[in-house]
Design a protein around this ligand. Structure first.
Ligand SMILES: CC(C)(COP(=O)(O)OP(=O)(O)OC[C@H]1O[C@@H](n2cnc3c(N)ncnc32)[C@H](O)[C@@H]1OP(=O)(O)O)[C@@H](O)C(=O)NCCC(=O)NCCS
Length: 153
């Protein structure tokens, strides 16, 4: 992702997230040197992701697939790419926070071996009150990779 991509990314972000990241959030991520990727097919964006690298861990900050293209394996492909990137940087695990009510996010993460390691009460603004964040982690060693619907551990 580059600065030139942000307008399109934000347009998608506004369609799929209840509290979307702003253009400034994406710009700040680029300025901070976070990992920021677009997934493309035939030159067209199909999804995007933002990660933050720490010495031993990578934090997944955003992963999104265009609304009409969801549930077609693109989130999985993007996540697997991020796992490879994180491993290449020496990370031992990936961490993330997800809204407790985010069905697609939770489904994707659970499907790919993330486990809940904590919960932050009332962490997110919500349209009615506040919403908990579920903190999830995923070991990046290959034995934790998911094949044919089963964890290989
Ligand atoms: C989360 C998201 C990136 C997943 O992308 P995707 O391309 O739809 O994911 P995949 O097709 O690879 O799905 C992989 C698995 O995730 C789970 N999953 C994906 N969407 C799901 C949904 N709506 N409900 C339940 N499980 C879901 C399923 O287990 C699915 O496997 P299956 O289709 O064989 O059952 C996408 O739904 C999205 O952009 N959601 C809105 C943005 C968001 O909430 N991002 C996460 C927080 S930043």
């Amino acid at each position: 992702m580059t600065q030139a991509d942000i307008a399109l990314v934000v347009a998608v972000e506004q369609q799929i997230h209840p509290f979307p990241w702003t253009s400034g959030n994406f710009s700040d991520s680029l300025a901070a040197g976070h990992g920021a990727w677009l997934a493309k097919e035939d030159g067209r964006m199909t999804g995007y992701a933002v990660t933050m690298q720490l010495p031993d861990e990578v934090h997944l900050l955003n992963i999104s697939v265009l609304p009409g293209l969801q549930r077609g394996g693109r989130g999985t492909a993007l996540l697997n790419y991020l796992f490879d990137q994180a491993r290449a940087q020496g990370a031992a695990r990936m961490l993330l926070e997800v809204r407790a009510g985010n069905v697609s996010g939770l489904g994707l993460y659970r499907r790919h071996g993330f486990v809940e390691i904590g919960r932050r009460r009332d962490y997110y603004a919500a349209h009615a009150g506040r919403e908990d964040a579920i903190v999830m982690a995923r070991d990046l060693s290959p034995r934790h990779d998911v094949t044919e619907g089963m964890q290989t551990t």
